[in-house]
Design a protein around this ligand. Sequence first.
Ligand SMILES: Cc1ncc(C[n+]2csc(CCOP(=O)(O)OP(=O)(O)O)c2C)c(N)n1
Ligand SMILES: [Mg+2]
Length: 583
Amino acid sequence: MTPGDTPRANLLWATLIVEELARSGVDFFCVAPGSRSTPLIAALAANERARSLVHFDERGTAFAALGYARATGRPAAWITTSGTAVANGLPAAIEAAIDGVPMILLTADRPPELRQTGANQTIDQPDIFGDYVRWRFDLPAPDAAIDPAMVLTTVDQAVYRARRAPSGPVHLNLMFREPFLPEDGDEPLAAPVRWRESDEPYTRYAATRPAVDLDEVERLREELRPVKKGLVVAGRLPSRKQGEAALRLAESLGWPLLPDVGSQIRLGTHADSLVPHYDALLASERFEEAHAPEAVLHVGGRAVSRRLEQFLAGSHPDPYVVVRENPFRLDPGHRVTHSVEADVLELCAALAKVAGGDARADSSWTESWRKASERVDGYLDRASAEAKELNEPLVARLISQQIPEEHALVVASSMPVRDLDTYAATDGACVPVAANRGASGIDGTVATAVGFARGSGRPLTLLIGDLALLHDLNSLAMLRGLPVVVVVLNNDGGAIFSFLPIARHKTFFEPYFGTPHGVSFEHAAAMFDLEYENPRTVPEFVETYRAACAQDAPTLIEVRTDREENVALHRRLLEELSAEVSG
Ligand SMILES: Cc1ncc(C[n+]2csc(CCOP(=O)(O)OP(=O)(O)O)c2C)c(N)n1
Ligand SMILES: [Mg+2]
């Protein structure tokens, strides 16, 4: 290859990568600045169908890609320069891998002659994401002597591997030699003819979805047929359609359905078999003892509720069936008797069809769950009406009631997701709910919300704790121009730790676990150009939240609470709720 071919080959390959991704439906690019990725950025800027999100922190852009795919079901591409920038993609890649979210990681790298030479900003990149990627490939540096069709087939394989079950992140490591780009007037190298003349991906991968195995469905039916007291658990599911399919299955079995906050049917959904407040019910020992199930059918990912996990492990249901779209074990209590990898919609529909005729379930069983849940709801309504001051469970409940139906809701790990799970009402809107509960990190939450807002095209509410917000503070810069309402529950540290036995160790609990920081978010809001509100009372909160939702610009609503009062309030609420359902 003549030296003059390097920049032309760089631009050709980068152009092929960006355009082939766009042709394959990956047209959203999350980008942070850097030099080594120059050819990719030049190709991106020139591509008319590609859209981009540009931000200075690669951890944030990677989480934005995650949020985008959570909203759309389609991967976004993440472009980064070489060096430690690449390592900043690992947290989002881990979350994507564990939760089956597709993502295309494009990392620029030095060419082989500069690896392990002490060359600047050069680290060992090709395997950096380890087993967290579904597929990885280290492309050679662009070279006019290599058939450019290789680049296209590599991109096609990458997109396929990201999207097919089990979906997840894939990594293309892309070496570029300098000079990165041709001079003006240099004749470009030609793309493969057949590709140039078409608008389709070079290799079209057939979307072969394995059909549901009807023998398996029949076996399940046989096992479930004798069950009188069964439970359906709807865990984390990516779409409302899937949640509704689980609900139809529960109805045809005649079993109660326990909907996780991420099941897409926890909010704004009404059905006779739905038990939205199951987590609170399981705080009552008497209720638990009287409601041990004979069988469980769990659909989707893990549920947030710890009480549910303990309850199921303790009650030894048999059969205990798990249905999900990946081959991974979902069985922290080691109780699962039957794990089915299948398309959730199809499996639920097929099983509902055959189970309907058998239904032997005991209707007083479902009614007992539902009525108890209704009592919890009634109690929470009374408690809300009597509350003079804002508190964390109440803010979660108010958001579930006040959120406009066109919004999406992203909720942070730690107490926000747990409070929403336990205390959300069902008389609000049925909005899409997303949370990073694959690895349950508190990192990248704001960026995930940004990606979700961009992907869904919806205005969005983010409910987040103070440490999670501080952790991802610079992602507030990505909110500019987006109709996002950030509600931060500022309890000056990690409130979740107050619920753990470690909280009794007064000598070191506060500095090492509570981790108070003493900051308010008013200045952060000003720095990143967000409106700022600090409501103190329930009516003030409702008013400011509604007003913020009506705006096109981002708003940060800070609610201050006290960690000690918060833990005492949670305990009191659950005690009173237990008395309510046991009485
Ligand atoms: C990246 C990451 N670091 C640390 C943790 C451990 N962790 C779990 S909850 C939590 C505290 C979160 O505090 P905050 O966001 O204020 O929520 P709160 O507990 O107050 O509801 C921490 C540090 C984690 N889950 N993820
Ligand atoms: Mg906190």
